[in-house]
Ligand binder design. Structure first.
Ligand SMILES: Cc1cc2nc3c(=O)[nH]c(=O)nc-3n(C[C@H](O)[C@H](O)[C@H](O)COP(=O)(O)OP(=O)(O)OC[C@H]3O[C@@H](n4cnc5c(N)ncnc54)[C@H](O)[C@@H]3O)c2cc1C
Ligand code: SF4
Ligand code: SF4
Ligand code: SF4
Length: 344
């Protein structure tokens, strides 16, 4: 039996939970709540103390969890179509204004805006206006809204919850995409088009605030954060001379602990993966992995929304992908004190 108790014992108590939200999204008892899965919610859920729902031990939460140590990744192979897929491309959005707002080549923004213009919904991550630099998941619906999601924000959102709004396309990180594919393999969902972003590591919001405090930077003054050339680059609004570069060595505890266990640099189970590595500044690397991913990119090229070339440094991508797998295989740290597993 692998259910809620095992999820708590093997994932949450061991610091592996990525906060992807999938256990909550797919739990038949939790469908009507937005409560986030953490040790408290899970305890409340199990005992019926907080949420007044009782676990009926259906095992769904454990089965969809991307961080469960028993995940057999070989069950989740990408679709292979002859020798054309996976296909590596460099891509760039053609709209100059949107390109400027985007992280790199603006391919995620181009996909979002294209689908919105066709009347489709797109699940994305934006900045929470109430708390600068904090991430928030949302579903966009109207043409013109893609600008709100353009650019990289560090932080994890339980954006699998957006699946309840039936989007045609979902943009997220490897951990989100794996959860959705696991749900698909259990017949729980017919996934929307899945766009996965490359991800080596993610930032812990509270530790980011501490770093900004230490450097005397107000969070509302930060325009952009980038991780480049072994540095965290903090770019401020207005004055480019006041940008900061902090070496990764100096900020080891900035990163989310659970990312150490994650082997998935390129969001391998997406229909299309997008990242910076492998292409020059101002371009995005696109890995097309499935037929429907290829069809979408072809439609974008035909419509003139993006331009592509086939000049990609695959070695650089493969090197980081291997490194991520190696790092994830290092022995796990002991269970954090004070986060005792539930007893059955
Ligand atoms: C946490 C994180 C770590 C990353 N690490 C790497 C890396 O190590 N190497 C690498 O090559 N690329 C990395 N990327 C990907 C890179 O930063 C760009 O997102 C990617 O290249 C797409 O660029 P773009 O110009 O097409 O995106 P844009 O057109 O600017 O669109 C950005 C898209 O990212 C989504 N997004 C923004 N923040 C988040 C978030 N926190 N969670 C989920 N979705 C989000 C938005 O919804 C939007 O769809 C990372 C991205 C994130 C979010
Ligand atoms: S009802 Fe099923 S999915 Fe929900 S918490 Fe219990 S075992 Fe997990
Ligand atoms: S499904 Fe996601 S949110 Fe739930 S325990 Fe696993 S990693 Fe955490
Ligand atoms: S490193 Fe892995 S677990 Fe961490 S945010 Fe990125 S995809 Fe998710």
């Amino acid at each position: 039996m692998n259910g809620l108790i095992e999820l708590e014992r093997e994932v949450i108590s061991t610091g592996r939970c990525t906060g992807c939200g999938a256990c909550t999204t797919f739990c038949p008892r939790m469908k009507k709540t937005r409560a986030l899965p953490n040790a408290q919610t899970i305890r409340g859920l199990f005992r019926g103390e907080r949420t007044r729902v009782n676990c009926d031990e259906c095992e769904t939460c454990y089965n969809v969890c991307p961080a469960s140590p028993s995940l057999d990744r070989s069950l989740l192979k990408e679709e292979t179509i002859g020798d054309t897929i996976p296909l590596f491309l460099a891509g760039q959005i053609t709209d100059k204004r949107l390109h400027e707002l985007s992280h790199d080549g603006g391919i995620a923004t181009a996909i979002t805006e294209y689908l919105l213009s066709k009347g489709e919904r797109v699940a994305v991550t934006v900045e929470d206006r109430r708390y600068p630099l904090k991430t928030l998941h949302t579903t966009l619906r109207a043409p013109g809204e893609a600008t709100s999601a353009a650019g990289t924000r560090y932080g994890t959102t339980p954006n699998t919850l957006s699946l309840r709004e039936d989007p045609a396309c979902f943009i997220g990180l490897g951990c989100h995409i794996t959860a959705i594919r696991r749900a698909e393999s259990k017949g729980l969902i017919k996934p929307p088009l899945l766009i996965g972003l490359f991800c080596m590591r993610n930032i812990n919001y509270q530790n980011l605030l501490k770093l900004l405090g230490k450097k005397g930077v107000k969070r509302e003054d930060v325009r952009e954060i980038r991780i480049e050339e072994n540095h965290v680059k903090i770019k401020r609004r207005g004055d480019p001379d006041s940008d900061l570069a902090v070496s990764l060595e100096e900020v080891r505890d900035l990163f989310r602990d659970e990312c150490r266990f994650c082997p998935d640099f390129t969001a391998e189970l997406a229909d299309i993966s997008i990242g910076s590595t492998g292409t020059p500044d101002g371009w995005s690397t696109i890995i097309i992995r499935t037929r429907r991913g290829r069809e979408l990119i072809e439609r974008l090229v035909e419509s003139g929304a993006i331009r592509t070339t086939d000049t990609v440094n695959r070695d650089a991508i493969e090197r980081l992908a291997k490194l991520k797998i190696q790092e994830s295989e290092k022995p796990a740290a002991p269970t954090s004190p004070g986060r005792e597993p539930l007893s059955p």
